[in-house]
Design a protein around this ligand. Structure first.
Ligand code: ATP
Ligand code: MG
Ligand code: FE
Length: 344
């Protein structure tokens, strides 16, 4: 099916068009620069930016794919989770286009879309896989059988998301928002073994109750204390080493727990999705460790890891192909949409 996907859950306005597993267009407008000086996304600013960007982004996507709205089989839109006012812009636009062009509409889960996007890169998901979903607001391990039937959460962060930890640590190192990319870059020149930062929820006692859960707030505090101690002592902060050691602590725990989940369940495919899946060390370490156990790692190209419209279209195309019924035209935006609900 030819499916158009609209994404407005945070600060990217995305419109993607796919035919089955083939990506035809991925138009993106970001308001990230408008938020940078606040050190985080400002909801009102994001909503307003979506409102200005949605129609031109839609037009760009259709042009890029060389199709018209009349050619489209279905429109998918992120219904949640995300910023309420931001979601509303995408959902309202999708309804308008669906109504005007008489097309079915699918209100889909943004997090499931972060997993589905990998099908544009590597084709259909196998019968069973483990998904490591690591983004700005979420960090979860999921078992995925068929995305159309939902996902089974195995564990999640009990405090900060992995991306949030990158953003906070970047801030205390004086790097711009979002912090993932500058930390990834700085870490290349650093020594990841220079500082032993804590690995959250990996002690035997923690594993009893939190086998597949994550915790990154203690790590963030440990980095802050380490940097403060240096500054108090009047010594320079070795930014590249701090970045590399912090990044290693995050990637070590994420990959170790993901592999445990695969091995315990006899699953041979690990899919990595969400903005943090763009991290070069996470990708390399996952490859290196999974190879030892015969586990295949699938991660979309970095540009498809962070928010975009193509991921929404990819999930929509899978739902259409699976015969899932469309949403009602009055579908709600749900800022707290649970991970277990794939479409509304
Ligand atoms: P969610 O998907 O949970 O609603 P979101 O949509 O805001 O959150 P994404 O766009 O999926 O988040 O991811 C953004 C996050 O990814 C940010 O926290 C950013 O710092 C992080 N990120 C992006 N690139 C990298 C990278 N190379 N290394 C580490 N983190 C990264
Ligand atoms: Mg973003
Ligand atoms: Fe996201």
């Amino acid at each position: 099916p030819l499916v158009l996907g609209i994404e407005t859950s945070c600060d990217e306005t995305g419109v993607g068009i796919v035919r089955g597993h083939t990506l035809l267009a991925d138009a993106l407008a970001s308001s990230v620069d408008e938020h940078a000086r606040f050190g985080g996304v400002v909801p009102e600013v994001a909503s307003r930016a979506h409102l200005e960007a949605i129609v031109p982004t839609m037009r760009r996507a259709l042009d890029e794919a060389g199709v018209t709205l009349a050619d489209i089989d279905a429109i998918a839109v992120t219904a949640g989770p995300g910023l309420a006012g931001a979601l509303l812009v995408g959902v309202a636009a999708a309804k308008g286009y669906a109504l005007a062009a008489e097309k079915p509409i699918y209100g889909v889960n943004h997090l499931a879309a972060h997993v589905a996007v990998d099908t544009l890169e590597h084709g259909p998901l196998p019968e069973r896989s483990i998904a490591l979903l690591v983004s700005g607001g979420h960090s979860s391990l999921l078992e995925v059988d068929d995305l159309a039937n939902g996902v089974t959460p195995l564990g999640a962060t009990i405090d900060d998301a992995a991306g949030e930890a990158f953003d906070k640590v970047a801030r205390l190192l004086g790097m711009p928002f979002p912090g993932g990319p500058p930390i990834d870059r700085a870490a290349r020149d650093g020594d990841r073994d220079a500082i032993a930062f804590p690995r959250g929820l990996t002690a035997p006692k923690d594993l009893e109750r939190h086998r597949y859960d994550f915790s990154f707030s203690g790590l963030k505090t440990a980095v802050a204390r380490w940097v403060e101690a240096r500054e108090r002592a009047g010594e320079p902060v070795p930014v590249a080493d701090v970045a590399a050691a912090f990044q290693e602590a995050v990637c070590d725990v994420l990959t170790a727990k993901a592999i445990d989940a695969c091995r315990e369940r006899g699953i041979e495919t690990l899919v990595i999705g969400g903005g943090v899946a763009a991290n070069s060390r996470l990708r390399a370490l996952a490859e290196e460790r999974c190879a030892k156990y015969g586990i295949v790692v699938r991660a979309p190209r970095p540009k498809l890891c962070t928010d975009n419209g193509a991921m929404v279209a990819a999930l929509g195309a899978h739902l259409v192909a699976s015969g899932v019924a469309p949403s009602r035209l009055d579908l709600p935006a749900d800022s707290a949409m649970p991970l277990t609900i794939v479409s509304v």
